[in-house]
Structures are given as C-alpha cells and as structure tokens.
Ligand binder design. Structure first.
Ligand SMILES: *Cc1c(COP(=O)(O)O)cnc(C)c1O
Length: 234
C-alpha cells in the first residue's frame, strides 16, 4: 500500500528542520510532488494529504494522467508543473496542460513558447533551467549564458519569467551538490539586478529527494520531490 500521507509528513518535518537551520519560514517553501511514472491514484492520495503542486516530466504521460484525473475529480484544484525537458514540437500541448514550465533552456524553445502563448492570448509562466553542475548529460543553459538568455527572453511577448531551475550534480554525497545551489541562487540575484521587463526572480526550483534539505538551506522555494513522497519508481 502507499504511504503517501506518512511520507509527506516526514518530508514536511525534514523541510522544517532545514528551514530552522537556515532561519527561513517553511511557509515560503513549496513542495512540487513529482508524480512521473506513478498512477493517477497516487496523485489523488497526495492531494488528499494536502499537496497541491504536482510535477510531471513528460508531456505525453501527463496528458493521459491529467485527463483521467479530471474525469475522476473534476473539481480538483492543483497546480501543474512541467519539470522535464520540453521539445519545441510539444509546446502547444504543454501550454494547455501545465501552469508553469521549469525547463526553458534555450532561446529557440522560449521563442516557440512565446509564439504559442501569444497566439492563445495567454502568458506562459516559465523558469530558466541552468546546468549548474556542468555535467554533459544535463539540460540547461550554462551559468555564463543565463543572464543573456533571460535578457533575450524578456523581450518576447507572452512570457513571464519567474525564476530559475537546476538539477544538482549526480554525486554520492548530497553535500557535494551545495555549490550548484549556491550558484543558482547567486545567478538569480544577478539576473534580478538587471531589472528586465517580464522577469521576476521569485522562484528557485532546486532540490530533489536526495538533496532537498541542502536546497532549503541555500534558498530553494520550489522543491521537486518524487521518491520521498511516492516511493521508488519502477
Ligand atoms: C524525477 C524528477 C525529480 C524528482 O526526483 P526524485 O529524486 O524522485 O525526488 C525532480 N526534478 C526533475 C526534473 C525530475 O525529472
């Protein structure tokens, strides 16, 4: 059986302890429960436990799951985050399915989102994904290029740039990812100082199951947590 409620409570407790260490308020920190590979029933259990932000990493998987979810629970009030890589040809669908996209890492993708959002008469909320670890396997703009990317995206209609996202380095010790999070926080301050139109550095999306306490200590306010809430993925 699923222990989602208990897992969630444990995660909340760990966040609150990390927040105390960093002199932060837990109210400023949101959990995005990453439900990829887990069934719709798990999302409903998490919602019943009090979670409202949900993250999926693939447009196609999310489409099927959200459709079923809203058939079962038409009144569900959740906020849907796309946390995985987005291909340009899926932008239109992604905009219909998600409230915020964490993974914008190129001008090309940003332009496509701008065109689609403007055509639909909406504004797309996006975060810029930055590759703070330098690992070649990871998506994201390089930290050096991120301010320039933000400046270019800021000129496009239909985009609201609301912060930065990173995936910490894959390293055996959680503590080793701390420099990635420090880097992202600094970058967000640097970009905020540029005072770009349509750019508000209000979200720092960083921290996953293996490293979310360190992310809290370094200023994260969106934690993308899958395994610690839903259990291992198959
Ligand atoms: C899967 C995923 C997560 C959650 O990972 P866990 O280690 O299970 O907490 C967070 N962010 C992204 C981008 C993911 O793809």
């Amino acid at each position: 059986m699923l222990n989602i409620l208990r897992n969630y409570q444990t995660v909340l407790e760990r966040i609150s302890q990390a927040a105390v260490r960093a002199w932060r308020k837990t109210d400023d920190i949101q959990i995005v429960a990453v439900s990829k590979t887990h069934p719709v029933g798990a999302i409903i259990q998490a919602y019943d436990a009090g979670i409202v932000h949900f993250g999926e990493s693939k447009v196609q998987e999310a489409e099927g799951k959200f459709n079923r979810l809203f058939q079962l629970k038409p009144d569900l009030k959740i906020i849907r985050h796309l946390v995985g890589h987005l291909q340009s040809n899926k932008v239109k669908k992604a905009l219909a399915l998600f409230d915020i996209i964490h993974s914008v890492d190129s001008l090309h993708l940003g332009k496509e989102i701008s065109i689609r959002a403007a055509a639909a008469g909406t504004e797309a909320k996006i975060l810029l994904q930055v590759n703070t670890s330098g690992e070649a396997s990871k998506y994201g703009a390089s930290p050096d290029q991120a301010p320039e990317l933000a400046a270019k995206l800021a000129e496009l209609p239909g985009l609201k740039i609301q912060g930065l996202m990173t995936i910490g380095a894959f390293l055996p010790e959680a503590e080793q990812v701390r420099p990635c999070f420090i880097k992202l926080k600094r970058l967000s301050e640097q970009i905020a100082e540029l005072k770009l139109p349509n750019v508000e550095m209000k979200y720092l999306s960083m921290g996953m199951t293996s490293d979310f306490e360190i992310a809290v200590e370094e200023g994260a306010n969106l934690l993308r947590i899958g395994t610690a809430i839903f259990g291992e993925r198959k």
